[in-house]
Design a protein around this ligand. Structure first.
Ligand SMILES: [Zn+2]
Length: 582
């Protein structure tokens, strides 16, 4: 891969003020003095020391310290004591524990293997430890983003994607830790995207509650905000976001590099960073107030039930995707003209529809049949999943062994069915099983062009338990989408704050797991009370987790419940790092 010449760029303001760690780290050792052997020996012991430090961190305590500060920030923000918020945020962003957490976050998430323009990754424990020590706001300047273009499914135009450096990502993660609790206090009550403890299923249940009754509103405005993430005004953000302004400016104005040239960023939230969804949410959080001022409030400026009942205007939002209900088409049209904080609704993508025609949101179709509201996986969602399956089976997986194919498919089916299992999805699930059988049959036939059909069938499909044709190997069978239980999602309490009521949220997460898991997995979940085996913290059933086998492979039985435990993916990574040392 070609290295982009950062040093040669015309960057007057951002003149070579990289944090030293970016220069110095290549494989955990400084680059410029590699000739001296004594220095090398010293560095080796240094690396070992740093690695040892990283491995001996008590994460439970680290999280407790950060949680305590976050709770205090949330409390102060709720009481509108913004000076206290500022002081506590300063404490948090300058604390050793928060820095450790920020580094852990960016080195365990999905993008950990993609570097920014400086080509630096933090892979080894020593690198991570060094990185945590180096995080500072002193003279901090954000590097420009590395711009890549990724293919969009079925479209010619490619989507631009900006990738910050590891250091900038960690800084964003650090400041996000301090900003999120403050943002919860001012968040719209019906906003569900990118917020701690809330999910798409909560949005779904609130839409259902808004529309299910006979007297419920009949008209729905599906909104699309014109290039939401790209159009948010920097001036508004800098004036209104409760965080360190100079740091925020760095995040916003980082610019991006493409083919060795630097381009500025004028509007929009920083791409590819953990802080952008929080910023976007905060910019959109005015919507509920705008609607309430227009449709719920009387002349004296008080919320009036009579207006509320006449207009039937309700908002449910998931990031920049939202619906507004309305009693009549006129009211829906009026709501469409709404403007918040310089953001406008896109003319062509914003649609007003009657509930009998139905509408799509978050991969579901909401529609009333004979007065009864039915929610199903949307046609587009099914189509997209079918094309993923087709690609997995017929393209990527055409030469895979059967058990590998089953493993990959099971992961995909599990994810998809988990998402949809709270709506009327039985038909869709049965349809998926049917289509998938077609793909697998094609896959199998292609492998043995000279064999007869019964031979092929007998090779890959077997009778097991009650089924006479299950795609399986000796110890792995393909999951049937249709066997996913349909369970109603218990919606979140609207005003619940995850930083102030942690017990409510961990209880909810535990219940989710109990509802969604089945068989021995449910038993495992129940035995450990929904908490991670490694760190003892509550786990999110939708989050990144894995099964940990307590006994080594040679000794333990992989199907024995007492040998299995759920763990956070990041905890498992730390566990393997620690074991590597021994
Ligand atoms: Zn854990």
């Amino acid at each position: 891969m070609g290295r982009i010449g950062v040093q040669n760029l015309p960057r007057p303001e951002r003149a070579q003020t990289y944090p030293t760690v970016l220069h110095g780290m290549k494989g955990g050792k400084p680059m410029n003095d590699s000739t001296s052997t004594t220095a090398q020996a010293e560095r080796l012991s240094d690396t070992a020391k740093l690695a040892g430090q990283w491995k001996s961190i008590d994460w439970k305590q680290v999280e407790a310290v950060v949680n305590r500060l976050q709770t205090r920030i949330a409390k102060a923000a709720q009481e509108k004591k913004w000076n206290t918020v500022k002081r506590l945020q300063y404490l948090l962003t300058h604390s050793y524990c928060a820095k450790l957490l920020a580094v852990r976050k960016v080195t365990t998430n999905k993008g950990k293997k993609t570097s920014g323009i400086d080509n630096v990754l933090w892979n080894s424990p020593a690198q991570k430890m060094k990185a945590a020590f180096s995080l500072t706001d002193k003279g901090y300047t954000a590097n420009p983003l590395r711009r890549v273009y990724i293919e969009k499914k079925g479209k010619k135009a490619k989507r631009p994607l900006g990738i910050p450096t590891m250091y900038d990502r960690a800084m964003q993660a650090l400041y996000a830790l301090a900003l999120d609790p403050a943002s919860e206090a001012t968040a719209d009550k019906h906003s569900f995207g990118f917020r701690k403890g809330r999910c798409a299923q909560d949005a779904c249940e609130y839409i259902f509650a808004d529309l299910c009754k006979k007297v419920s509103p009949k008209w729905v405005l599906e909104g699309d905000i014109k290039g939401c993430f790209d159009n948010i005004s920097h001036d508004w953000l800098i004036a209104n976001i409760p965080m360190d302004k100079s740091i925020l400016k760095q995040f916003l104005k980082a610019g991006f590099v493409f083919k060795g040239e630097l381009f500025p960023t004028e509007d929009g939230t920083p791409q590819g960073g953990v802080i952008s969804p929080i910023l976007a949410n905060m910019a959109l959080d005015g919507m509920e107030k705008v609607l309430s001022d227009r449709f719920h409030t009387n002349r004296l400026g008080k919320v009036d039930l009579r207006f509320q009942n006449a207009h039937k205007v309700n908002l449910v939002r998931y990031a920049d995707d939202f619906v507004i209900t309305a009693a009549t088409e006129e009211i829906a049209l009026e709501a469409k003209e709404m403007k918040t904080r310089g953001l406008e609704l896109s003319e062509e993508k914003t649609v007003i529809s009657h509930i009998d025609e139905g509408f799509d949101m978050l991969g579901w179709t909401f529609r009333k049949f004979k007065g009864k509201l039915i929610i199903k996986p949307s046609k587009n969602a099914i189509k997209a999943f079918v094309s993923t399956l087709s690609e997995t089976v017929l393209k990527r997986g055409k030469a895979w062994r059967q058990d590998l194919l089953i493993k990959k498919l099971n992961q995909k089916i599990l994810g998809w069915t988990n998402y949809h299992q709270s709506v009327c999805a039985s038909d869709a699930f049965a349809h998926i099983d049917h289509i998938l059988f077609g793909f697998l049959w094609k896959w199998a036939k292609r492998r043995h062009p000279k064999k007869r059909k019964p031979w092929i069938f007998a090779r890959y499909w077997h009778s097991r338990w009650n089924y006479n044709a299950l795609f399986c190997t000796e110890n792995k069978e393909l999951r049937k989408a249709n066997h996913t239980p349909i369970v109603r999602h218990r919606r979140i309490r609207m005003d619940a704050n995850p930083y102030l009521e942690p017990d409510y949220f961990s209880q909810r997460q535990f219940n989710h797991g109990m509802k969604r898991l089945s068989g021995r997995f449910k038993q495992v979940w129940k035995n450990q009370n929904g908490c991670c085996f490694h760190c003892g913290q509550p786990m999110d059933i939708g989050g990144e987790k894995e099964i940990f086998y307590k006994a080594p492979k040679s000794k333990g039985d992989r199907n024995d419940i007492s040998n299995m435990a759920y763990v956070h993916s990041h905890c498992q990574l730390l566990y393997t790092e620690r074991r590597a040392e021994a």
